[in-house]
Design a protein around this ligand. Structure first.
Ligand code: ADP
Ligand code: MG
Length: 634
């Protein structure tokens, strides 16, 4: 027996003792090798006229024997010589990065990445096989060879007999263990299922061959004791569909067909909201078929949900969810990418491979953006429903990308507009802005209802400016990550720097503040660290007080951060603004004049707590608040 080379041995070791749960992919690997072998013969025949092949006869055949525990994958492709067997099956192509990966995987006891991402091909059959035999004859040779290996120890190559060219790979399954039911792989239904799952779109027919015994018709002159005679027949069933739906032109496929494909492939009971394709030709060519679901799946916010697109190489599935093809902000997209330029061949530079994936991912990202913009444009209602399902994901994507996704996402966002009473895009807001308006005004809080009634929002709206209402926790963080839209910065209306007053209003407020400086100081003193300042408000109309923030942390951010687990509470710098036109202000002035500091202090506390309540913020000491209020009611 001959020994495997070191690298092959390492890989084999990993395979044989694999903890990899996806053992079933071995069939995909064998089928893809068979398909490659047919490709090779076919391409040769195009330039070498001495090769006669009937294109229609090219096929991959699978048969299984449940009692013998074998599966055979046969092709009528190019076949191998003795030297080919030595080179191709007895050593694996050298690659530094593979070697590195193997070392790592061995250390971490983890072969998942290599198998999952690159398809380690032929050797993967050792995950399920105790013995593999390869019977092969090259198309231009008279000699057939049998390669046999029972695993890591080594292999033999023996002269053999084979009628026609091509290769039969005969896998003898391992014995069943409590954890692994290897016998199942010899079951017809399992094979049918696996072919559908992984190799449905291989270009050549994958035929399942069942050997049956069929009774021969009874001869007319049959003797009385005639025993029924049987003949062996082979029943052939094609298991794969061959032409992938994404390879067919958009015009050739009906909406229903796309919807059916989506539903069965991605396990959704409703049709997708949008279906679109990407076709790239040139140095890196590929086809993609993408779907935007009509709703969030049940597991969308759970750990079970994995983003990614199915990745195929020439119709052979490499990965069912390739996460690198989708940015997090578009994790809701489903679909398939198929490229003939991505090879299952691990001998290719792995980095190169990743570079190609990145290029595809970039283009797909732009296509998704364009599709969503079109959606917004031609089906506003649909887009709004989509946005209510997935808008949050995009906002998080923007917030967490350090500005990198700003361009990608900014036009896809929508916020509720006070003026229009519906969702608008930032572009629509900016287009409708006052010529002299330089900032985009927004308010953040719990609900549209509450914000619409907020004193500050009303006062800004009264000045003729639209205000966007941010009612999801992520909204304000998203806007602060975005920083600006069309050179307009975002302004929280509940910030002390709002500054929408006329010179006259400012002058008036200044003089009121000066005249009442003792009162304001006394209130500040009563409230202590709770507020940075107590100020005279220019914006309040009917309300006695309001709370605004000073500095970068808004009141809403304080609330949101305060709810996060394990987060140190962050406090905004509060400014309590009092309305000098409100009757309560007169009462405060009177108490101050009468040097009733207890009353001033009590009023200050009540008003501060009221301002917090209006903002939807909790109050520190509800019992104290209640007893103070009662004291003045009684
Ligand atoms: P890959 O397919 O990525 O090259 P594999 O480990 O799957 O790697 O296969 C190794 C090599 O063995 C192939 O490149 C091919 O040359 C040869 N080979 C495997 N299966 C067949 C087959 N059915 N017919 C001809 N050659 C084969
Ligand atoms: Mg292969």
């Amino acid at each position: 027996m001959r020994k495997f080379k070191t690298e092959s041995k390492k890989l084999l070791d990993l395979m044989i003792n694999s903890i990899y749960t996806n053992k079933e992919i071995f069939l995909r690997e064998l089928i893809s090798n068979a398909s490659d072998a047919i490709d090779k013969l076919y391409f040769k025949s195009l330039t070498d006229t001495s090769i006669e092949i009937a294109k229609d006869n090219l096929r991959i055949a699978i048969s299984a024997d449940e009692t013998e525990r074998t599966i055979t994958v046969s092709d009528n492709g190019i076949g191998m010589t003795k030297e080919d067997l030595e080179r191709n099956l007895s050593t694996i192509a050298h690659s530094d990065s593979l070697e590195f990966k193997l070392e790592n995987a061995a250390e971490q006891g983890d072969a998942i990445d290599i198998i999952g991402q690159f398809g380690v091909g032929f050797y993967s059959a050792f995950m399920v096989a105790q013995k593999i035999e390869v019977l092969t004859k090259r198309y231009d040779s008279e000699e057939a060879w049998l390669w046999v290996s029972e695993g890591v120890e080594g292999f033999d190559i023996l002269p053999a007999e084979k009628e026609s060219c091509g290769t039969d790979v005969i896998v003898t399954l391992k014995d069943d263990t409590p954890d692994d039911n290897y016998s199942a792989f010899a079951n017809e239904d399992t094979i049918r299922e696996l072919v559908k799952k992984y190799s449905n779109y291989v270009r050549y027919p994958i035929q399942f061959e069942t050997r049956l015994q069929q009774a021969l018709p009874k001869p007319a002159d049959a003797p009385a004791d005639y025993k029924t005679q049987y003949e062996d027949i082979v029943e052939v069933e094609t298991l794969n569909s061959m032409v992938p739906i994404w390879k067919r032109g958009k015009g050739e496929v009906s909406d229903e067909e796309y919807a059916e494909f989506y539903k069965s492939e991605f396990h959704d009971s409703s049709a997708p909201a949008r279906t679109f394709t990407v076709r790239a030709e040139g140095t890196l060519s590929y086809d993609a078929l993408l779907f935007i679901p009509a709703h969030r799946s049940m597991n969308f916010y759970t750990n079970d949900f994995k983003k990614g697109l199915a990745l195929y190489s020439s119709g052979v599935m490499i990965m069912d969810k390739c996460p690198d093809l989708l940015p997090d902000c578009f994790n809701f997209v489903f679909g398939v990418v198929d490229s003939q330029d991505l090879s299952l061949n691990i001998s290719r530079e792995i980095l190169q491979h990743n570079k190609q994936l990145r290029a595809i991912a970039r283009k797909i990202e732009r296509k998704i953006k364009q599709e969503l913009l079109d959606y917004q444009e031609d089906d506003r209602e649909g887009y709004e429903a989509f946005f209510s399902a997935f808008g949050q994901v995009m906002k998080y994507g923007l917030y967490t990308s350090n500005g990198q996704n700003n361009e990608l996402l900014k036009d896809l966002l929508m916020f509720y507009s006070v003026r229009d009473g519906k969702l608008v895009t930032l572009k629509e807001y900016v287009d409708a802005m006052h010529p002299d308006q330089e900032r985009i005004f927004y308010a953040a809080g719990d609900s549209v209802d509450m914000l619409e009634k907020a004193p500050i929002v009303k006062s800004v709206a009264k000045k003729g400016y639209d205000v966007l209402l941010c009612v999801e926790d992520v909204d304000e963080f998203c806007l602060s990550a975005l920083a600006q839209y069309d050179n307009k910065t975002f302004q929280n209306v509940a910030n002390a720097n709002l500054d929408l007053d006329t010179e006259e209003e400012k002058k008036e407020a200044k003089s009121v503040a000066e005249q009442n400086s003792e009162l304001l100081d006394a209130m500040k003193e009563a409230l202590g660290d709770k507020v940075a300042r107590v100020a005279v408000s220019t914006k309040l109309i009917d309300e006695p007080v309001c709370l605004v923030a000073e500095g970068p942390i808004s009141l809403e951010m304080e609330r949101v951060i305060g709810q996060l687990p394990n987060n140190l509470p962050v406090t905004a710098q509060h400014v309590l603004e009092v309305n000098p036109k409100h009757a309560i202000f007169k009462a405060l002035q009177d108490a101050q004049e009468a040097s009733d500091s207890e009353k001033v202090s009590a009023f200050a506390t009540i008003l501060y707590d009221q301002a917090r309540l209006i903002e939807g913020l909790p109050i520190e000491d509800p019992a104290e608040y209640s007893s103070l209020v009662c004291k003045f009611l009684a």
